[in-house]
Ligand binder design. Sequence first.
Ligand code: NAD
Length: 491
Amino acid sequence: MTLSSNFADVAGVRVSTDHYINGQRMASPTRFTDISPITGNVIAEVSRGGAAEVNAAVAAAKAAFPAWAALGPHGRLPYLEKLAHIIEDRVPDLATVETTDNGSLHEASRLRVMKRGGHNIHWFAEYAVSLKAPEFATPHRQAYNRVSYNPAGVTALITPWNAPFMLSTWKVGPALAAGNTVVLKPPEWAPLTCSLLADFAHEAGIPAGVLNVVQGIGEEAGDALVKHPDVARISFTGSPETARIIGRNAAANLTPVSFELGGKSPLLVFDDADLDLALFNMLDQYDNCGQVCLAGTRILVQESIADEMLKRMIAGAAKLRQGNPMQAETQVGPLIHPEHLQRVQGFVERAQQDGATLVYGGQVNPALGGLYYEPTLFTNVREDAELWQREVFGPVLIFDTFKDEAEAIRKANATDYGLAAIIFSQDEARANRVAAQMNAGLVWVNCFYVRDLAQPFGGNKSSGIGREGGIWSFDFYCDLKNVAHKVGTFK
Ligand code: NAD
């Protein structure tokens, strides 16, 4: 490793392509290539960290921990508020870099997603200040209990490419607010906005070693990080396949994990629904070219309205404007990477071999080429078929039907995932009955994607372990301690 100043010029924004360890930029002798999905062109050659870089970052985070923890929530608040303000000021640059790096829609990034990054830092810093742990008496033992939330130590935060800045700040915010220090491993297909986050932390005066960013490949830098014995917590967002590997590696040190994983969520439309609202949200599942963990990728419509809704869905999909995500009018951008395109194509080919009916899309957009895969819709997908059971993480949706409430509930729950469920019905009693039966961590009724940092966020079954958000973030990022003392024993 050498001290470095390697940079990429990303659409006019200067971004370091090196690690950020102990308050300094460090370069690795080997690098990995980062391409833009918009053009397929190389935009950066990024330092490729491994065990040496991870060891240095964890050592820095361990050394910085006692002083950062000792500041307490009030002492940390000004640093985190400053970081949040810098993020808010740099939203335009963040949006430009993230869109260039991962192909997500620039307009959405600029207006909403990047702002959420600043909010993630600010909200948890204030929450930590107001956090009250319980106190209670144990009368039959004449004792009194005081619970406290204590920072756990060095946290390893590992994030995916579909919303790297927002998802990273959603972990960095509570981890730092709780008094931990951080080693962040960004995704190798979209590593650049996390590098900007390191610059902003530096500018905010956050002490050296409190936030470290190690760039690299999952199987190298990520692997070394989760196996490190000085890591006190691992918070991971990504695929269930990777989570299983991380879980096995974390088990060696009994390191607690929080897993936010994939989904194959149902979107249920009952015949009493506001059908325009339902249709709008059905089409919204193509957002970010389907690269959204929460997406309702199995659209289940009541039989009596199914023909009409299928026709409207196909007509709506045909009208979606696919193109360069930098342009404000674009509604569907590209897939992230050629390897991911191959994966999506594989799912579509196998679904057809499996007997499913392709009713829309199913190919790279002929007018655009590259990574611009068309919004795609299948009917006649069997419940035991791969397409029903596995997450594609692309713009490939299933349209299916149900007779009645019982069948809707059964089909909705008929996967190994349990992240979200989306219900459209104007009958409140029915919506509540169905919501109660969903095996999912998040249920939306007549809406989609309503997110509040106070909510518990996470999934059941293969969609995750644990919840983050609100108090649940502090339950995860802290060691809880109960002190019981005998009443009347102090002078
Ligand atoms: P991924 O599992 O391939 O990679 C995620 C991260 O893990 C990357 O930073 C990667 O470098 C790292 N990684 C890979 N192998 C590793 C290993 N052996 N040890 C340690 N780290 C390793 O996932 P992805 O393709 O980047 O993202 C897509 C997945 O993420 C989808 O399944 C999607 O549903 C899920 N996701 C979930 C949420 C959520 O909040 N539930 C949000 C966004 C994405």
